[in-house]
Design a protein around this ligand. Sequence first.
Ligand code: ADP
Ligand code: ADP
Length: 235
Amino acid sequence: MIVLNNLSVIYEDETVGLENISLEFTPGEFTVLLGASGAGKSTLLRCINLLTIPTRGQVIVDGLGTLNNPKALRKHRQKTGMIFQQHQLLPRQTALKNVLIGRLAYHSTFRSFFPLPKIDQIIALDCLDRVGLLNKALTPVKQLSGGQQQRVGIARALAQQPRFLLADEPVASLDPGSSHKILANLKKICQEDGIGAVVSLHQIDLALEYGDRIIGLAGGNILFDSHPSEIKSQQ
Ligand code: ADP
Ligand code: ADP
């Protein structure tokens, strides 16, 4: 479980990123953060992963708050796998290598690629299989389509065996058909593995279709925290 206690982020130029947010996220639940550009979605996701350190408040994952201990911070990040809008892959490396790099950042004791432990290769290939890309494992990422690259990004996060997947506008740069396929696949994987997902979107139709829970954000504040049926009944 993720617990956020009175989280605030004030950036150096005094922009308010988040204002006194308290939320809980449970494994197995697919939560959508819905909001316009600048609402605070990225800031919230980056705080959960501790890529951004909150100005005030606490982030607790499975009962542990971490901040002052590098080993605990690495464990925290392993448990909260991040998927980025621009997927942040290494374009000249193969899909498999990208997924392995994501995994070894958290699971290798040697921090070395040579020789690669077999178990890591098996897990990386399994993750590519689950996003439908086993046949592209040895293709350099720059030769893949946008949707395929995003799926490599999902496989990379999955390979770190997280308890939660955090996805920051994962379908923002994709056409509607690919967006639906990616979100349906992501939701299925999370359900199968009991992973909690926190996914930011700016399209209400996608939020209503895939969210088990929808949190509306604006100006760094929570506008609503609802089940999709409550929102549909008000439309
Ligand atoms: P969203 O993901 O919903 O588009 P963000 O979390 O990126 O929103 O941004 C929330 C607010 O914080 C916006 O006003 C944005 O301009 C501001 N912001 C985000 N990152 C920074 C930063 N590094 N420095 C200053 N302001 C920032
Ligand atoms: P594009 O960016 O080219 O639209 P897509 O993500 O739509 O890329 O995928 C390209 C092809 O892969 C399509 O033929 C689509 O049906 C197939 N595909 C998409 N998602 C999956 C998946 N999760 N599992 C298997 N095949 C998929």
